[in-house]
Design a protein around this ligand. Structure first.
Ligand code: NAI
Length: 244
């Protein structure tokens, strides 16, 4: 029996992957901070274990993985997926004056979830995998990892996720743990759907294939990483050829 942990499981990519894996008979722990959406999803998914957790909170994360281990007995894969996009421009200048700049709290809250959260869940999963036969960790980065206008904190956090991936892949191999990342461009999820239509149209026009990725295409790519034992320490770029 395969046991999977997905963070950010209540929406978008995480939800689609939870549906994908449970439909194939796998047991899936659904981690999210949105209790309401989590409970709704868990009702529809057999063999799922919903846990409301803030992945940026060390105590909550460690307790949550203990609970998963007591229910599942082992963790075969972690999809380190939860993330937020609540950034803004570094500076806004009007009439020769700086009228706004990215606040430390906005910077910090993005880093807390996207980078510290990825670290905490990766550390917790690796601790259990190392003593229970190994496993796979898939981190979710972004095409923005190389930098994108208006996304100071988000881009920095997603570049950090790439660095974690390469570092852990080298270090954790000795414990039978493989680590890789996926870097999507635009995927059809609420994160994208909440954008203004004109913004979305402008973004899609930059993608050579002229559309956002389907969730089924994400599922195929994540399954490839999961099943290919030689894919280690690298990023799978599923972005339709997009470059900012
Ligand atoms: P989404 O907004 O639909 O889902 C994210 C989920 O993460 C939500 O259910 C939310 O409640 C949960 N979450 C956020 N902060 C959390 C926390 N502190 N603790 C626990 N759960 C938390 O987002 P989407 O689009 O599915 O994105 C998933 C991942 O893919 C993110 O890391 C995002 O940065 C990345 N990504 C998404 C792209 C897109 O076009 N949708 C493109 C590139 C990367």
């Amino acid at each position: 029996q395969t046991h999977i942990v997905i963070t950010g499981a209540a929406s978008g990519i995480g939800k689609a992957m939870a549906e994908h894996f449970t439909a194939r008979g796998m047991h899936v722990a659904l981690l999210d901070r949105n209790q309401q959406q989590l409970d709704k999803l868990a009702q529809d998914l057999p063999n799922s274990l919903p846990i409301c957790v803030d992945i940026a909170d060390e105590t909550q994360v460690d307790a949550c993985f203990e609970r998963i281990m007591s229910q599942f007995g082992k963790i075969d894969m972690l999809l380190n997926n939860a993330g937020v996009l609540n950034d803004g421009l570094l500076l806004k200048v009007k009439d020769g004056k700086v009228v706004n700049r990215l606040s430390v709290s906005a910077w910090q809250s993005t880093l807390d979830v996207n980078l510290t959260g990825t670290f905490l869940c990766g550390r917790a999963a690796a601790s259990h995998m190392a003593t229970n036969g190994g496993g796979v960790i898939i981190n979710v980065s972004s095409v923005a990892r190389a930098g994108n206008k208006g996304q100071t904190a988000y881009s920095a956090s997603k570049a950090g996720v790439v660095a974690l991936t390469a570092t852990w892949a080298a270090e954790l191999c000795d414990y039978g743990i493989r680590v890789a990342a996926i870097a999507p461009g635009f995927v059809d999820t609420p994160m994208i759907q909440q954008m203004r239509p004109d913004m979305l149209e402008m973004m899609v026009s930059k993608v050579p294939v002229k559309r956002v990725a389907k969730l089924a295409e994400m599922a195929d790519a994540i399954t490839f990483i999961m099943e290919n034992d030689y894919f280690n320490g690298k990023i799978l770029e599923l972005d339709g050829g997009l470059r900012f």
